[in-house]
Design a protein around this ligand. Structure first.
Ligand code: SF4
Length: 338
């Protein structure tokens, strides 16, 4: 069966005028299957949010999609539509209806002087003509799905709701036009741990109930473990590892993935064992030669400094590292996995 969406060699460039150009997303390729829950993981600045914005063609200037294809397969799975070839008007029609996105920190983007009901009506009417009563019925159904009481929430102004409730309102809003793909950018950041866990549980439930495809963007592998079936790891604008979640947690192949896992606090281990990855992500105006992770990688050698590794098949997953086999066989697992 064809996937719902195939990104092929997707590249996003920022034109910085006299400071040159910055390639924030560099030849990224991946598939999103029908009804699949996929996580895109990386540190801040890795390019994951820009990748997501490219999927809905909302990269803000001076950024632009400089190459690639975004193949969207319809229900019959016969001929894909390249979303990058659609006119701006046609693409606007597909946003929310086919692909919806809950942006990072969006809880604060709700209009503070409008009741939730009006914001939901406006959201739908921007994309589709529909009687108000029908929209409110739909809104009530979506709010119930995220376990909010419609009679109370629809009448409320955003400041009358907690951060967790506002986040759930946004998720409900994103479901109003029954999209096929829902992208969530760090949906639980800035929420307390209990609310976080509750929202992740809800997302999983909604995804299973509606058979939606979900792409969750996060820097936190602990969030991934609770939700996604498959994980894409992104570093410095490139995908460096892709694997089913279970396999990735059992045996990460890429040193960057190992580093991310090492940084996750364990239930048994003491907090001192939590080790952040040394160094910082590269300045993307001047990315390192060869493997972009080499200045931070404990296994880097001359080959890594000179030659960029390609993303290759590695037994049901993909990994971009010259030495993944040796590292996988010989290096001890991160503390989080022992
Ligand atoms: Fe480390 Fe080299 Fe692999 Fe890059 S290619 S992750 S530097 S071992």
């Amino acid at each position: 069966m064809k996937p719902l969406l195939q990104a092929r060699d997707l590249e996003v460039t920022f034109d910085l005028g006299r400071h040159g150009r910055l390639v924030a997303v560099d030849r990224v390729s991946f598939d999103l299957g029908h009804g699949e829950f996929v996580a895109l993981v990386g540190e801040s600045g890795s390019g994951k949010s820009t990748t997501a914005l490219a999927l809905i063609r909302l990269v803000p200037p001076p950024g632009f999609i400089s190459s690639g294809r975004l193949l969207w397969w319809d229900d019959r799975g016969e001929t894909p539509v390249d979303l990058l070839q659609l006119s701006p008007g046609r693409m606007r029609e597909r946003r929310w209806r086919d692909i919806a996105m809950v942006f990072q920190g969006a809880q604060n983007a709700l209009n503070p002087v409008m009741r939730i009901a009006e914001q939901m009506v406006e959201t739908v009417r921007t994309h589709q003509a529909m009687p108000r009563d029908e929209i409110l019925d739909r809104a009530a159904r979506c709010l119930r799905m995220v376990r909010l009481e419609p009679s109370r929430v629809l009448r409320a102004y955003p400041h009358e709701l907690s951060g967790g409730m506002r986040q759930r309102v946004l998720i409900a809003m994103s479901l109003l036009l029954t999209p096929r793909l829902l992208i969530l950018d760090e949906p639980t950041t800035a929420l307390d741990v209990i609310t976080q866990a509750h929202i992740l549980e809800l997302l999983k439930e909604i995804q299973e109930q509606l058979g939606l495809t979900m792409l969750l963007l996060t820097h936190d592998l602990a969030v991934v473990a609770k939700t996604a079936r498959r994980v894409l790891i992104m570093y410095a604008g490139r995908i460096v590892e892709e694997a089913p979640t279970e396999d990735l947690f059992e045996a990460p192949y890429h040193p960057y993935t190992r580093g991310l896992l090492q940084a996750v606090p364990t239930l048994r281990g003491d907090l001192a064992a939590k080790r952040p990855i040394p160094g910082s992500p590269p300045d993307m105006r001047h990315p390192p030669s060869g493997c972009r992770f080499h200045p931070r990688c404990p296994y880097a050698d001359e080959l890594c400094r000179r030659v960029e590794p390609i993303l290759e098949e590695a037994g049901g997953r993909r990994v971009a590292c010259h030495h993944w086999q040796r590292i996988h066989q010989c290096a001890p697992l991160p503390e989080a996995l022992q």
